[in-house]
Design a protein. Sequence first.
Length: 764
Amino acid sequence: MTRWLFGWTTALLLCTAHPISAGVTTFQDGLATPTGIAVHPWNRELYVNSGASGKVWSIPIQANGTAGTVATVTEAFNPDMDIVFDAAGNLYAPMAASDDIFRLAAGGGVSATYGWVYSTNAMGTGITVESPGTGSSRLFFGNHSGFRRPYLGKLTINNFRPNTLTDYDHAVTCSSFRFLEYRPGVAGIAGTSGNSVFNINPSNGSCSTILSGFVQPNGLAEDELNNLYVADGGTGRITKITPLGQSVVVATGLESPTGLAYDRVGKRLFVSEPSANRISAVTLLSGAPFDGVGLHNPQSGIFYLRNRHGGGAADMFFRFGLTGSASRPISGDWNGNGQSTVGLYHTTFGWFDLRDSHGSGASDASFRFGPTGRNLSPLSGDWNGNGRSTIGLYDATTGSFMLRNALAGGAADASFRFGPAGRNWIPLTGDWNGNGRTTVGLYDPATGSFHLHNSLGGGAADMSFRFGPAGRNWMPLSGDWDGDGRSSVGLYDPSTGTYYLRNGFSGGAADVQFRFGPAPSTWTPLSGIWQPTGTASSGTVPALLEIADSLTKDATLSPSRGLERSELPTALQALLTEAQAEVWDAHSGADEGWIVFATDSALVAEDRNGVTDVYGYDPLLETLALISRDSEGRAGNGASFGPHLDGAGMRIVFVSEASNLVAEDTNGVADVFVHEPALSHTLRVSTSSFGEAADGASHRARLSADGDWVVFFSDAGNLAEGEPDDEAEGEPDDEAAVFVHEVASGLTRRIQDFGEGLKNNVKR
């Protein structure tokens, strides 16, 4: 249930002291009500505006991180909240009072001249720019007419002169943006409005929620890893949201933070605090990942993994290993790649089965360690600090720990007693002091007490504290919840399906609390860095959506949209409730037609395979159909998941481990399939342009709005010609890649670049 964690260090910058949370220092004070801030694209200067004083200042960022001499750029700009630079160094700002966008020309570095750009009629306060590094940029800005028709405005500027202006209609919940941030590596523009951060599709203006629960979300900034930062003026916090949707607070105690800017050279954030008349700097950890949570259903053998600290559907789920209460789950970084994967310990046989990747399949490591037929608790951790997790056992009858430094049988490398014998205490492991080595701990459910030890040996606990209620059937877990390089503790309440996570070693309220999974539950919680920031597959789903959107030739076509369970039709919700079914990856067509979803419950008579399947629901006829089936209507003989459909609901794409959905499926790995309900036809699309089957597993897949293109993620190395690095034909890649398949022609193309290059690589 626990795993090895990296030890991370933070580079300190030479700045003046700041009496708030660690990692935050004062960069510059004495500025009258600073609001919008932006880092110059090449001059290493921070530009700051003040709507109250009508000034724009420039502040050099010196080599040691401190502020240089403040210079007044202009006193007549009078901008509102947000300011932004384009690639040429021109500064733009919205003027809500005059309904204008103004430009401060780059000139010779600093120019006091500004020019009228466009009168927008009901200008908002948010503005951002797409800067491809050429003479052409697109400005995006918040624009609304009265309280009825909110818009996202788009202004194309060729050679920095007005060209076209287009408004896109939005849902009311996505209106009146306070701040905007263009995100080249993720599909869309982030905007703050109400108590939420939204993602806005710049192609059609559609809007979806990234994260809610803020008090007053203000400024936005993005780093080079596509992590999005949000300043909350209501709580004084800055929150980081990773491309995988994980969220963690990186700074607290700020005074009504408003504007936000990211310094790529110094790897830190600048934040304006208008009520304190200062600019602060926030030092960031070097992309440190943090642990998510998961659940294991012993009856079905399915793992459900969640990347963010919040409720919702599982980000990954799959079946692995034997079922039954004698198979106990663990997680760890078995191969040292920085990513946690799962494993099982079989108490009857004293046997470990470990998996190096997410998904069903054979064990990557299998071995016996310790005695058989004993009620021992499995453990995992990096006991020797070599960067790889190994395993261990805890015997509650003797209070003994037995740890192994290899993924193989043999004698224990460390054996010791810690804590009392013969008590109902539960073991956990973690890197409590951040030194890169995992040690042990115990949880006493009778008193609600944790006892943690910083060494692999007997003796008194180094930390003891109570957290959570006493005498309850709650289950402990551990993880680095906030990315500070140290493990801390948490609790899982199976009666309500609620997680309570604590970032420190003391009693008190949970720092994070959320529900995930069914309630009440007999499932087992676990934790891990399921997909760390910086791996090849980070941000996969947003990247696939961006490509799929770009391939649709008719810009008026709307893509399908994701649905929460509460958004499903009443009749479908009633059916699911009666079947006690959980659903994942629910989507509906743009015309509110067909709905697709995945579930591990059998909802129709022909679903007798006992694995996860994909279903389609027609809300007009209130009919339900099994999608993951063969041509004779029989359910697939393997799990199917990750459904998505085109905007019209004519085609459905999903991933399946089944081998009977189409003829001659003998490659033995998960493939991508397209199903056409009107024709009752299923096609395998994770093939080469010559129809060859993939030699590696395929993962997430998305359809373009018109249904003509499938974009998917695959480990295969034989799907396209010209594989990188001159790999031998048919040899799988070491890393997965994104592929595009045209349904009509059957042609498949590999995309080698992520971020900005995605769209260009497809259209070449």
